[in-house]
Design a protein. Structure first.
Length: 266
């Protein structure tokens, strides 16, 4: 099986250490988050903590697609991370990616990045309203999202677990993770507001985000809120329709493991 390893120029003196860390992926014990389709592990490379994300082997059709027609998720994560950093958008530093393939099929891919120690993720804002600086973080996050939009960055997986939050003496830093689904280019008003659809079901949070986005953009606050709420409801309806459909299709399984970010809107 052929292997292709691309390592950041910053890590050229550690290529062998990076290669060994990926090779020994199955031996590493510290798993980050819930290991479902893809597995992320925390590993030490020359004494410093990093993460390695192992992407699940795709189905046979996508093995052909990724082999000949489309970049792997690991490669896209690496390249998109560099694009974000170039635009002054924070993300864990991209160290390397590796892909494994046969002459006709794509098999495995890995993405290596530096580990960022954060205080929380956006997800905590959706479950714990007692966080002392809850509104301040939410408003700063909205300004951060506006900055993404102004830079023509449409983060398609802009969802609760994919933004890390680090408190500073003044303000906050936000780091994007899970980067393999992005689009780049000028974003119209509706596309910008639709980008908030996966973040929360709580109307109180949407009111704050729409208020802050109106301050940033100069657009009408009520129009932003109405559209943001509509896209939120539409996304939740679509998400739970898929869950119900899969339950019917896989009815013989005792449990269908879904991972909704929050409870459905009633």
């Amino acid at each position: 099986m052929a292997e292709k390893l691309i390592v950041s120029s910053k890590y050229q003196s550690q290529v062998e250490a990076v290669k060994q860390a990926i090779k020994n992926f199955d031996l590493h014990k510290e798993i980050l988050g819930a290991a479902e389709r893809n597995v992320i592990k925390i590993v030490a490379i020359d004494g410093e903590k990093h993460t390695i994300k192992s992407f699940k082997v795709p189905n046979i059709v996508n093995q052909i697609v990724y082999r000949f027609l489309r970049k792997s998720k690991a490669q896209r994560s690496f390249e998109y991370a560099n694009k974000l950093l170039h635009a002054d958008i924070k993300t864990p530093f991209p160290v390397a990616y590796q892909i494994k393939s046969t002459p006709f099929l794509f098999k495995k891919s890995y993405y290596v990045s530096e580990l960022v120690a954060c205080d929380l993720t956006y997800r905590e804002l959706t479950t714990d309203f007692e966080i002392e600086d809850h509104e301040a973080i939410l408003r700063a996050f909205t300004r951060f999202t506006y900055k993404l939009h102004e830079n023509g960055i449409n983060f398609l997986d802009h969802s609760p677990g994919n933004t890390l939050v680090k408190r500073l003496k003044e303000g906050y830093d936000f780091y994007l993770v899970d980067l393999n689904r992005m689009e780049f280019g000028k974003m119209d008003f509706e596309t910008r507001i639709k980008n908030f659809a996966k973040l929360t079901i709580h109307k109180s949070m949407i009111k704050i985000m729409s208020n802050e986005y109106a301050k940033c953009s100069g657009e009408n606050e009520q129009a932003i809120f109405n559209l943001m709420w509509k896209y939120t409801v539409d996304f939740q309806d679509q998400f739970y329709r898929k869950i119900r459909l899969k339950k019917r299709i896989f009815f013989w399984k005792k449990k269908y493991k879904s991972r909704p970010s929050q409870s459905p809107i009633q």
